[in-house]
Design a protein. Structure first.
Length: 459
């Protein structure tokens, strides 16, 4: 690399020799020990057979000397090794997935340099293959990367999934915060946080995807969908550049149930946010005072604060051993929890195809379930034909079978109470239902005559 012999008295030269030795060792052990020993034994037999049986003067290719320049990517390898010693988030050094990004950075610079101008291109239709002389694309560097990965291993710590119980408590905390908030901006922020959390959980969205809700379409489409007789539901229209779509901004439309079997009511939060944002001129629903689209980081603080409040109220839901700030993440916790809840449902309520359809929402479905290139209005009309399939994912949100039975009993009693002819009959039905108070208590449900009367008056 320096076009000279190393100087053992020179500190940089000594560090370079050590790093080169480490990179070569990684290249040696890119394969398993048994594979290396097998290759060595076969080469020995190959050489002995060629020399002693057939008298061949040369059976193996020449191994050198190499040119006095770096054709293997050694510079990138030793710099990557040095950077891997930096402290990581969870461990004392960087993870392999973080350290390997230096190779990507070097390759991008190589592609923008003069060295890429003489690259050969093999193309057929829309498929292209480039013949490059970039050092990091060579066999040696590939082996070094594999050996480095095998030596460093992986320490993956995905965001902890938010369970249905935790999510219910989170919405309870936000409901109280919204009720007791005195400032308009504070209520507006809490309302958007509640919508953010429910949208991410019910539609199984990643945290960075929720702020891409389009304000005008969100309000207009929900005014229609939330008033469809017998098929009331919520619509989440998103627009932006999503991973895996070649950097092209596209429209996507998600449909979720207004009220799920677990008791989530996203319609209430949609109404609150719509009242705050109806007269706004912002393009995106989640925008700051300057009109710029917010990011999920703007809601990370209230996310962590809400989870801490949930643990204080229900310690059995979030163990004390879990570090909330490190364990939970607004980016993936909602999506992982939503998918787990849907998978716990029965096959009749939510099949594997429903989970795949919802979680693969960026891809255009073969049956035109979602056509990413259309505008919002056309997309809304096309996907309305498959709304029932769309709503199965968000409507289940698994709950205990005992709770399902209790809720069915409550629903029957409420209907009898609502349509009974006189107060005497209502009182009898109420006393009959209270005979099941042990079941209600076991299921974690509270029932009072006052709440029944209030629901009857609303009906």
């Amino acid at each position: 690399m320096f076009l000279r012999d190393p100087d053992t008295e020179n500190s940089p030269d000594h560090a370079t020799l050590v790093a080169i030795r480490r990179a070569n060792l990684d290249a040696f052990w890119a394969r398993a020990t048994s594979t290396v020993n097998g290759t060595k034994n076969h080469l020995r037999l190959f050489y002995q057979t060629g020399c002693h049986v057939y008298g061949l003067p040369s059976t193996l290719p020449e191994m050198g000397p190499f040119a006095l320049r770096d054709d293997f990517g050694m510079r990138v390898a030793i710099i990557t090794l040095h950077q891997s010693l930096r402290p990581g988030v969870y461990t004392s050094n960087l993870q392999f997935t973080s350290a390997r990004k230096y190779r990507s950075a070097f390759t991008n610079v190589w592609g923008a340099s003069k060295h890429s101008m003489n690259q050969a291109v093999m193309a057929r239709d829309t498929v292209k293959t480039f013949v490059t002389s970039c050092p990091t694309s060579g066999l040696w560097y590939e082996r070094t990367t594999m050996g480095m990965h095998a030596r460093m291993g992986d320490d993956r710590r995905p965001d902890i999934a938010i369970s249905t119980g935790v999510m219910l408590k989170m919405m309870e905390v936000l409901e109280e915060a919204y009720f007791f908030a005195t400032e308009i901006e504070e209520r507006r922020y809490i309302a958007r946080a509640g919508l953010f959390f429910l949208a991410a959980f019910l539609a199984s969205l990643r945290g960075e995807e929720v702020p891409r809700l389009v304000r005008s379409h969100f309000i207009e489409l929900n005014e229609v969908s939330m008033n469809e007789l017998g098929e009331e539901h919520a619509v989440l229209p998103l627009y932006g550049r999503f991973k895996g779509e070649n950097g092209v901004a596209r429209c996507h439309l998600m449909r979720v149930s207004l009220e799920t079997k677990s008791g989530f009511d996203i319609g209430k939060w949609i109404g609150r946010v719509s009242r705050f944002e109806r007269n706004s001129n912002n393009k995106f629903l989640f925008s700051n005072a300057a009109g710029r689209k917010e990011s999920m980081k703007d809601y990370s603080e209230i996310f962590t604060r809400t989870l801490e409040e949930v643990r204080m109220r229900a310690p059995h839901l979030i163990p004390a051993s879990i570090n909330i700030e490190e364990g939970y993440g607004i980016s993936r916790s909602f999506r992982r929890g939503s998918t787990s809840a849907a998978q716990n449902a029965t096959e009749q309520e939510c099949s594997a195809a429903d989970v795949d359809r919802n979680n693969g929402w960026r891809k255009t479905d073969r049956a035109a379930y979602k056509v990413a290139s259309e505008n919002m209005q056309t997309l809304y009309t096309d996907t309305s034909l498959t709304k029932r399939a769309s709503l199965r994912f968000s409507s289940v949100k698994w709950v205990d079978r005992r709770k399902r039975a209790v809720r069915a009993l409550r629903k029957t009693c409420k209907q009898l109470y609502r349509y009974s002819p006189n107060e005497t009959s209502q009182a009898k039905i109420f006393r009959m239902s209270m005979n099941c108070r042990v079941v209600f208590k076991a299921a974690g449900n509270s029932l009072t005559e006052t709440s029944w009367r209030s629901q009857r008056s609303r009906g």
